[in-house]
Design a protein. Sequence first.
Length: 369
Amino acid sequence: MLSTRIARAGLTGLLLLSLGMPAPEVLADTSNNASSDVSGSAQGTGDGGGQVSISVESSVTTAGSGGGGGGGGGGVTSSSSSSTEVTVKPVCYYKAGKTGAEQASQIDKNKAVAAERQKKQNQKPTKNGSGRPSYILKSGNTYPDYESHRDDTQGRWYFRYCDGSFYDPKNPEEFNNERKAFFEANRDQNIWVPAGQQAPRPYISGTRLAKVAWEAVKIPAPTVETNPKVGAQGATLVGMDTWVWATGSTPTSVTARATAGSTTATITAGSSGLQLSAPDGKASCTGFGIAWHQGMPEGSSPCTISFNRSSAHLGGTTPLTVSVAYSATYTATDGSGGDLPAVTATNTINLPVAEVQTLTTNSKNPRQN
């Protein structure tokens, strides 16, 4: 009986990951940049946000039916690939603001208030915009040619916006890096969009793209074979090294790639091999093991577990837990890169462990049963 426990959700078929919009923590831009590179990655909704669909393609290299994959040879490797679609809410985007008429009126009011304050305080505007009155006097500079839209009640200004609620407040650096990447890719603080025209497209950074793609990858649970196999139940024996090796679709490495607009993230994940644990067992495992075949000498397997007690007190079988831990890194075409959270795939095999009292007098090698 094989029970499976996997630490990641699925890659096969169509996966839609919709990150809903929580009550927003508004982090609007207050800088005074004036360049005009508007980039994006996918279609959005009318407010400039919306959902971004990305394609995630992954390939898996497996240990095959012979183990190997870093276990010392003897394995037959194979590979397979699959793809899925993921929908993701952008962290930063251009958000719909006031109409042309509303914004022009607001700028007029701000300037009037600032002028009155400066008159009373005899304060001169500073070059860097420090101090609220000076900044308000210059606020029209962040709305290019706003005077020409003064009478427009349909078109809208869109402003740079980042929703920090997507990130853990204990790790503010992650959000700050996302915000920085967005601002570097989109220099204009405010953009004018005439009525009926498409809002600026959402932006997905390489870092966020990689994380969402990695969450979408499903790593198959490891499967293994053992030797010896004694009797009808295929039991292993107390006091004898049980050979263990990876079989079937057990991945030794995983590669995934996701693209959103002009940004592509490539993820590479690898593992050092099988990890074994069981009651009454002592494991020694390097790599993914080597398949036993007749004529192989004792002590030549890099992956074994030895039991000091039979399965009788456990109901007839001993649960052998087989795990494979994968560490992952990514690189992206926007220059970002780094580590991703580790993933562990786990299986539990119910393995009969028997005591053979006549083992020392039996001329037949139990590995050949």
